[in-house]
Ligand binder design. Sequence first.
Ligand SMILES: Cc1cc2nc3c(=O)[nH]c(=O)nc-3n(C[C@H](O)[C@H](O)[C@H](O)COP(=O)(O)OP(=O)(O)OC[C@H]3O[C@@H](n4cnc5c(N)ncnc54)[C@H](O)[C@@H]3O)c2cc1C
Length: 308
Amino acid sequence: MTAAEIADLRARRYNATVVGVRRINPDLMALRVRPDFPIHAHHPGQYCTLGLGYWEPRVIGCQVESLAPGEEQKVVRRAYSISCPILSDAGALHVVDGCPWLEFYIVLVRENPDGRVPALTPRLFALNEGDRLQMGERITGHYTLEPVKPGDTVLFLGTGTGEAPHNYMTWDLLRRGHTGRIVNACCVRYARDLGYHDTHNELMSQFPNYTYLPLTTREPGLTRKVYVQEVIASGELEERVGALHPETTHVFLCGNPKMIGVPHRDKETGSVTYPQPPGAIEVLERRGFVADVSAQKIKGNVHFEEYW
Ligand SMILES: Cc1cc2nc3c(=O)[nH]c(=O)nc-3n(C[C@H](O)[C@H](O)[C@H](O)COP(=O)(O)OP(=O)(O)OC[C@H]3O[C@@H](n4cnc5c(N)ncnc54)[C@H](O)[C@@H]3O)c2cc1C
């Protein structure tokens, strides 16, 4: 494609500008995007889409892609939860009203052994401040704080960039002076993948009801791998953050489907089969919690968002 053709496609297909890139490590970034349109009303925890043309460059070191004829003129879009810096540079709670940009927390998928070659993240990671992209105007999703009552304990369990919606929900709870405990557990491979580590530590010093619990599965020097579901099952989580009572606790699970472990519920027999090895839902339901079942409109106290 010629430079003129690319310039024309960008002008016609893009509606947003990158206004900030915080590179946490080569495979992880917080990206601020300012749309040309006014940001629609939405709830913390929801998501929208980001998109880039197949004509855009990809960062090196990713699975090789071969495009079908005509595909290079298309735009690839994926869903992204809206994250939040939570605190401003001055250390006060971020002001969302009137803020012209949204923050996204994105990991580079270099290779996907399960199927399609990762199309969007290798292109997103080539972006710099001032570059243009596509942002979906619609902000949607069921994963919100709607069921939480004042005084409830709120437990966020996220893997990797699954902490994105939790950051925005945490901001909202703190902004509205939530009095219950807020526990934010983030499970990543290495400590360098904890992209909001300093912010969470600062929040703990400012808000006595806020606890941040970073968990790493591959950090050298650790004697064992620590997974979210095992930390709950072993009782270690409650030892560290206090007892969790199902009547007054809401659990939010986001990220890797294996951590979440959504069970198969047979419509005819009503039987429930949990995936193995156990995910957090099985562990929590055995402790008296109830997961949402959207098909049956059941709203429990365990809510989840799977990223794939
Ligand atoms: C509602 C929703 C919200 C999402 N929010 C985010 C977000 O805030 N941040 C984010 O990084 N991703 C998020 N995702 C995943 C995102 O939509 C893309 O799938 C991801 O960025 C990879 O895009 P890709 O085109 O490069 O690869 P794809 O072709 O989409 O490859 C998908 C494969 O990449 C792997 N993968 C996808 N997402 C992740 C991830 N987050 N961490 C580790 N491996 C992953 C899985 O193996 C998956 O099979 C979200 C997904 C959904 C459904």
